[in-house]
Structures are given as structure tokens and as C-alpha cells.
Design a protein around this ligand. Sequence first.
Ligand code: NAD
Length: 428
Amino acid sequence: MADKSFNPFAMAQAQFDKVADILNLDTATRDLLRYPMREYHFNIPIRMDDGSFKVFRGFRVQHNDSRGPGKGGIRFHPQETIDTVRALAMWMTWKCAVVDIPLGGSKGGVVCDPHNLSMREQEQICRGWVRQISRDVGPVKDVPAPDVMTNAQHMLWMLDEFEAQHNGKFPGFITGKPVGMGGSLGRTEATGYGVIFTVREALRELGMHPEETTASFQGFGNVSQYAIQLYNQLGGTVICVSCWDQEDQTSYSFRKKDGVNLEELQKISDKFGGIQKNKARDLGYEILPAEAWIEQDVDILVPSAIENQVTAENVTKISKQVKIIAEGANGPTTPEADKIIHERGIFMIPDFLANAGGVTCSYFEQVQSNMNYFWEKDEVLGKLDVKMTAAYLAVSALARKRELYMRDAAYVISVSRVAQACKDRGWV
Ligand code: NAD
């Protein structure tokens, strides 16, 4: 079970503090980077389909924009909190820096559950979110994107509202737009593929062959599905995936020991990445408890659902066979669990490196939108591979050279780039 008292922002700050010590950062730089530069809290009043009014809580947090405009998704989640958004904004700063793209870190959210909202109500929330924040975001300030439970349609409504407010066309305002409406080919695949580009490099470094490996995934949403697709193409076998069951308000793991079939599972899953368990059972899947995904005898674990999932309580259940953990999700591992993983010598590909494919492709989308010239999918994915591989190699080279844990090495690279930018601008 996830620890209910867990605070993701405290965790993000603890991770930062550790690296600030390694880098011996001065007090002003620490104070600057430990907290967001700015944050916005607002109400979004909506007329619901039944004629009643409901007020939703919205956030935008801009952690640091020393290297370029803020960049970060907008999550729709019933348990969204300002501390989650703060943590995610900070992680976006490090993520953009580790892949060396000229963007800063932001994040947004709305406390809502799209499962219980009509499309019209969701459109009103999107437009309301933009109306509340439109003066403080934009192509040269802060560029939103989709995230948990938001998609290309939400982004298009947001773009439309922003353009109405600013009286012009600003396709660089937001990324994750539909292809043909300023979106980039390859964006849907980008995060999942990016995870596997880093896994491929880690396997190479560890002298392992993908076709001889197995993996278990938490989550069956956008990140997991495309990660599984590319991992399968490399010859790997996924034996277990898990997802949230909206009806039962718990999650389940779905196992097939000779390998899950991606297309088959996609056919019986909804747009939120929830697999229908009765249909899965008919197809020969074992339906196991929520945490079974973490206990499997596999070579690779890919937590790609939500934050705070690998904890001090369940980390001991990780099989001795596991060699690599690739964090598809943001913040899936608590600091206590991370310490144990480090001590056990499991090779960690930390979230802000592993899942940086999404923001890298968002950056490509922004570049294409601003040029009004769009690349072919192979070109996008090829450029993505180059960026992700270069970032991975830089982190792993530093980890080896300074005998650092991979998470610390990634942090050292990111934090020093951002601290240097702040210094060069004369902020600290
Ligand atoms: P998604 O909404 O498409 O899918 C989430 C999946 O996680 C679903 O299958 C859902 O059923 C499952 N899930 C939710 N709660 C769960 C639980 N308690 N136990 C097991 N499964 C659970 O989301 P996504 O876009 O795939 O994002 C997943 C994670 O990756 C998030 O942490 C997100 O912030 C991060 N991320 C996403 C992107 C992106 O481009 N989509 C980029 C970077 C990071």
C-alpha cells in the first residue's frame, strides 16, 4: 500500500539537498532551487451538464526558467495536491536539463476526475484553466502539455482558448496537440520509447541481450503501452502488467508467464489504461493482487503508473533476478526504497532521465510548430533516440567516473547545468 502521508515535494527537496551537498552549492543557489520561482492557485467555476455550478481547483507551478521557458504537463486527478505539482515542476527542471533542451520546469493540475465528467464539462475545465492563467503562460514563458488523464483534445481546447484570449495563432503555446493541428508525429510513442532507449543502453552496459530478458510493468497507459511495444520489438518479453480498476477502486496485476500480448490487452483496455479483468481472464491471464507486478522474477521492472509506488514496505519483495529498474512514472520510488535499491546494487534509470522522451518530443513539437514545418515520424523518433542515448551515456559515464548512483549522477548533471544558468544570468 502507498504511504498516505507521503509528500512528493518533500521527497523532491530531499533528492535535491543530497545533490546540493555533493555539488557544494552556496546557500542562495540552494534557496533558489529548493522552491518554485512562482506558483498560481485558482478556482475554475464550471456550469455542469445538469445546470448546477461546481468549482474546481487549478494550479500552475513554475519551478525554474533559467534555461528557457517553463515546460510541463497538466494533470487531471482527483487526489491532485499543490505539493505533487511542486514536486513535478521541480522534476521537470531537472528533466529538461538532463536531456539538454533549452527549457525550464513547470507543472499544472486540476483537482477533478475525468471518469465522472462529460466531454463538455472537461472542455469547460480546460478553457477555464487557460482563462485563469493565460497572462502568465505562453510560447516564450511557459508551455503546457498533456499528462495523467489529459490528452491531445484537451490541449487543443486549451490552445483555442489561449488564441482567443491573445487574438492570434500561437501553436507554440502548448504541446501534445493532435497531429495535423500542430502536433508532432511520434509524440504518442515518445515517452515509452524513450524509456526503452535508456533500457537498451543499460542492457548493453550490463552485457545483457534484450531478447534474453523479461520485464514487469506497473501501469498500462500511454507510457507503458509504447514502452512495451518497443521492448517487444527489441525481443524482450513482458510477463506482467498492472493497472487501476475504476470499478473496484484498487489495482490488479495481469500475468502471462510466456509473455503478455500487447495488442490483445489494448483491445480490452479503456482510454485510461484500465484493463477489463473478466475479458483478460478469458484470454488466459492470471489476475493477481495490486502489488504482484513488483514481485515477479524478471530482469527489468518498469514502474509507469503514478508516484510513490515502490516503498519501504514493498521494496523487499523485489526479486533477486531484477537487474534494472527504469522509472517510467515520475517519482515512483520513495527515498527509503531508493536507498535499499541502491544498496542491493540494482541498476536504476531514474525517472527524469528514463521518461524524458516525452518532453524531448514536446520540444521537437514546439520547434516544428514555431517553424510551421513538420518532420516525418522516423525523423522525430531518430532525433529522440539521439537525444535520449546521449543523455543516458553522459549520466552513466559520470556515474562510473565518480562512483555515483545513477540517480545522483543524473542530478549532478542537471542541477549543475541549472545552477550555472542561474549564476550566468546573475540571479545568484
Ligand atoms: P496514463 O493515465 O495513460 O496511464 C496510467 C496508468 O497507470 C493506467 O494504466 C492506470 O490504470 C495505471 N494506474 C494508476 N494508478 C495505479 C495504481 N495505483 N496501481 C497500478 N496502476 C495504476 O498515464 P501515462 O501518460 O502513461 O503516465 C504514467 C506516468 O508517467 C505518470 O507518472 C506520468 O506523470 C509519467 N509521465 C508521463 C509522460 C507522458 O508523456 N505520458 C511523460 C513523462 C512522465
